[in-house]
Write a protein that binds this ligand. Sequence first.
Ligand code: HEM
Length: 409
Amino acid sequence: MSDESRMPRDPVPTGVELTPLDPAFRANPYPVLARLRAREPVHYDDVIKRWVLTRGGDVESLLRDRTMAKDGRKANEGTYMRLIASSPEGRDFGILLLDPPEHTRLRSLVSKAFTPRAVERLAPRIREIIDELLAAVAGRDCFDLIEALAGPLPVIVIAEMLGIDPTDRADFKRWSEATAMGFNPMLTDDQRAALARQNAELDAYLERVIAERRARPGSDLVSALIAVEEAGHQLSDGEIVTMCVLLLAAGNVTTTDLIGNGVWTLLRHPDELRKLRQDPSLIDNAVEEILRFESPVVETARIATEDMAVGGCPIRRGESVLLSLAAANRDADVCPEPDRFDVTRPNVQHYSFGAGVHFCLGAPLARLEARLAIAALLERFPNLRLADEPLEWRAVPAFRGLARLSVLV
Ligand code: HEM
């Protein structure tokens, strides 16, 4: 047999083929991930120097494994997590990239603001914001859903929680969009320079807001963070800035993508859309199924702090491990018929908000905004459908979302 005939016809993907920088992966990552899960569920990617895990069971157990770290300083030189931690314009993302005990202490200081009960109190105001945004497109035959609703909604909600002056909204939105680029270790020089500028402007702005609230406290989250005192320890201005930046970076683009991916998926599955229109009480379940089926965050990563083995493969201390949440969500061992979108699916299980100590702090808020936004859209536009336009997915590693979504009403 020649060497060539022994090669699999469809080789296991590696490096850039496993990132949204590859147009095929960006357009549809699921066939590539399924191939990897079937052939090599614990795979070493020699180009980006990381293990890639695609089975639901492995992903869940590593998310919950307390020996797995997120602090890039614990990663070996040249590995993926070290690259993210040491990139010059990479931001300090506070609790997202810290390990216990620091992580536990800092997270507890903000968690109260994001409990399901605290968030539910925001529902009437979120409905008002959605109504205002949709009123702005009233009478139009066609609009970009991302620009009109999915983009601005989470930014306005978090800006109001932080007590940001409404006249600063446009700047705040621009800075907020830039924060998510900090997760991208593959920027061009121009992008790096632009990002550094935006970061500096946002930091200076937040420092001014903190100084104002120190002088005149309000009922907003920044004032609450200033007032917080734990065992005699108060948060420094720097720690408060970091926390605010994390809320923008982790919460805005992701919620935009949940709404965008959700509407796109519903409009491509008319039977499911019909079920939801006929029984609007299915909205909570539909949002869980959207999270599973088209997760806005497709992957996260951890660092092994001890030598270990997964699926018989040795993973050494200091190595980076990419956990594919998107692949785990579509694993038939986690969910029967995983490639079928079904808004009535019972007990939807997914890893789109992670699991374990870093489980998404903003999950109740993201769920609430998506439920209210999608319900309002369906109610207001009984003939909503996709415009016949090519799709444009953003090329940002770890995130999956549309740059535009033109809809006809
Ligand atoms: C659909 C929208 C969202 C998705 C899919 C999402 C997804 C995630 C995921 C997967 C993680 C865990 C990362 C890991 O384990 O490595 C995470 C963490 C986090 N998320 Fe979200 N998120 C969303 C919305 C939000 C919102 C609205 C906020 C806040 C306003 C938020 C704040 C955070 C924070 C602060 C963390 C870090 C928690 C920690 O490390 O302890 N997220 N998110």
